[in-house]
Design a binder for this molecule. Sequence first.
Ligand code: ZN
Length: 125
Amino acid sequence: MVEREKLSKLSDLALRHRRVGLTKVLPPLGEVLRGSLMERYLTCGHPDCKCTRGERHGPVWYLSLTLDQSHRSGCTVPGDQVEQVRRWIENYHQVKENLEKISDINRELMRRQKDKAKKRKSAKK
Ligand SMILES: [Zn+2]
């Protein structure tokens, strides 16, 4: 909301520059992953195991994601993939955030174009 108010104060040129800038700082689009990484500590069920005394096994890493309102999906993530998964999730959020910002700029530019057209029309009358 605050961001949008700020946009309305910038010139068309500044908005276009900002838009170009946002497309340039995108992470590699092939390296994105939607979901959240979760760390779990588990009990194995053996009555003699240390995990029954609170020393649980783990961490076991999960990638969890919402498919739609009623479906979730997930899978375990091997330890050596955790860093990559973390990075790709971060990339996903950055891409999404930048797309939102670009979209905001485009809506602001659209609004201005409409205003200008309206002014031209009323000037002709
Ligand atoms: Zn155990």
